[in-house]
Design a protein around this ligand. Sequence first.
Ligand code: UD1
Ligand code: CA
Length: 434
Amino acid sequence: MNSQNISIIILAAGKGSRMKSNKAKVLHSISGKPMLYHIIKESKKLSDDITVVVAHQKEAVIATMGQYFDDINFIEQDTENYPGTGGAVMDIAPKHDKVLVLNGDMPLITAEALQGFLTMEADIIMSVFDLKDPSGYGRVIIRNREVEYVVEQKDASDAELNVTTVNAGIYAFSKVILERYIPDLENDNAQKEYYLTDIIAMAKEDESSIVPLFVDEEHFKGVNSKKDLAQAEVIMQNRIKDRWMQNGVTMQLPDTIYIEEGVLFEGECSLENNCRITGESRIIDSHIKAGSVVEQSTMQNSDCGPMAHLRPLTQLTDTHIGNFVETKKATLNGVKAGHLSYLGDAEIDAGTNIGAGTITCNYDGVNKYRTIIGKNVFIGSDSQLVAPLTIKDDVMIAAGTTVTSGTVESGNLVLSRTKMRLIKDFYYKFFGKR
Ligand code: UD1
Ligand code: CA
């Protein structure tokens, strides 16, 4: 794939009212990243001149994209005076002679799927698909294999509404055409908006060549509602999981597994059903058992679950984490924590066993404190480790102990229990023989 001689304009200024949300539509997430992120990422493979048109919540859109990209141009649309997709392109200044215009609500697009726009030659190439249910989309009227015009649903006659060929929302224009017709756009339509799609009929009138490019919904689906968002998520998830399975990751019941864009696997990894892996997690030669959640964490030669929760900044190396164990900001190296524990703000070294029900008490209601545990330590079940705390190598903590001493030196046993009493036959005295 190549071609640096195309400019890309991404329309991201709209409100997205059909999402019924306060958040700008293009910032809604698919597989852990905003829709607009996915489009820009793919666009960068094709162009060195990318402009994003913003208006609604522009500060949030610019700031969010700034976290990922540093070479994108933003221009602001005057949505007050020039609303609509035509208004969005009023102030663009593309560098190249060919201009690809993408709706910002098409998160499934890939550089590969856009190849046709780069290789075909015409004044305007527009993406179309045939849908059983075309509702919501602009209808495309095609005659003799050329596009005549596009009519929005709200402006369409009954006959036009029956057309099932729709505008997918991506176009390649020659810059000359854009520059000639943008100033002539008008807003005499049902929505009182300036429609980019009106350029088609104007250009057709002047005998420009306007070719439809039939595309698939799998890559060109537009997201307008929460239902569309959920459907796009399924497609993106399948893509991500197919890619990792091709790279050798084993998945049981992949339909039940969720993996965000940004997660990386290496070596031999296997995932049981219903697990969720998010953020920039790195999973290396590891096994994640059923129902576990791994967030922004690293696992190397380790296993967790079923039903484990690795919260952000957990780092496991050669470690076994069992069921109902929660970790957070915890570095475990050669550790076994088999059951029912909370290990937060902790650093635990090789050969150490964490008994069932161990809790690092890392929070005093105001501040967080660290627990550092050395090598070959045995923490008995149901222990509370009150941080800040350092337990050196070769220490035993007896079951049920609350460790409050700050530092435990090597070789020691810590035990805090009230002395056990045995009262003979008390049961029978209390309840009588039953
Ligand atoms: C648009 C097309 C329609 C097509 C559909 C495909 C027009 C007039 N209609 O309709 O033919 O079938 O896409 O999905 O173009 N935007 C702006 N500024 C605005 C309005 C919108 O930048 O003033 C952006 C939005 O952020 C969005 C994109 O343009 O990313 C499309 O806007 P949207 O309102 O979703 O257009 P549709 O009604 O879906
Ligand atoms: Ca749309």
